[in-house]
Design a protein around this ligand. Sequence first.
Ligand code: C2E
Ligand code: MG
Ligand code: MG
Ligand code: MG
Length: 290
Amino acid sequence: DYALYYAKAHRRGAAVLFTEQHETLLRTQSVIEQALRHADLLREMSLVYQPIVDVRSGRTVAFEALARWTSPDLGPVSPAVFVPIAERSGLITGITEVLLVQALSAAKAWPDDVALSFNLSMADITSPQAADGIVTAIRASGLAPGRVILEATETALIQDIAQAQRVLTTLRANGVSIALDDFGTGYSSLSYVHRLPLDKLKIDRSFTGEITADPACRDIVTSIVGLASNLKLACVVEGIETAEQARLLESLGCVLMQGYHFHRPMGFVDTLRYLEAEAARTVPPIQAVA
Ligand code: C2E
Ligand code: MG
Ligand code: MG
Ligand code: MG
């Protein structure tokens, strides 16, 4: 387990690892790939859902679906670890298919004003066939496409920007919204913002973590909020863990928030209880927790 978390924490610093550690890492990756290749996806893959809250009303406007994999051999493996491996080994499309069907059926049980935010991978964005599969799955589910937000990361988009542009345009023409995930962490964020058919920016949680300590971070978030507003894009901030962060972000103009402060990702059955409790509650969550 330590190796998996190590791999996750040091993804970006892989080049500085000692050779021996690097070899361990590669072995770990191939073990994960093998387990993934032989996985019973329907049985081993599941989703948890994290609320995205409008802090003006205190209401949940969407849930982000987050993949969970419990391998019979390896135990729980973080998506930050297995998604990149699944992408490299061509296994991600099958995983996306299984997860999307599950997520759409969960969303059908929520009230009409609660949307589903679903993460897409590189392969889902750069292959027209994968995009067709996504549209077909949404149609088959009977969920209004207007209730579906597809989240794409910049690292996924950078692979083939022209193809991503085409595929996202097709998806959007079918009624879904597109969010740019982990905004601010990629290589050339700004060049994507005007080249892609976007509806929403999700500000990466690395900014949230520093926001109370670092004034420069505050300025960056203020700038992104202004950019989103000028481009008529919605804006979600991720990774809010404290009431202090939430209040500060609210004062900077952030309206849509997601993070442990509001709720940890939860299983499907818990989303129903959570929505019931929310409907019975009148106090916005920031005040309630403070
Ligand atoms: P993401 O899409 O940016 O998702 C947000 C991640 O931040 C989730 O991690 C979530 O559990 C975590 N998080 C939420 N609130 C907080 C907080 O307050 N503090 C901290 N420290 N973390 C918070 P998770 O579930 O481990 O997912 C990691 C990444 O794996 C996701 O980042 C996404 O890029 C990818 N992923 C997850 N599920 C899927 C999926 O179904 N398909 C694809 N393609 N990628 C997925
Ligand atoms: Mg996401
Ligand atoms: Mg994100
Ligand atoms: Mg992320």
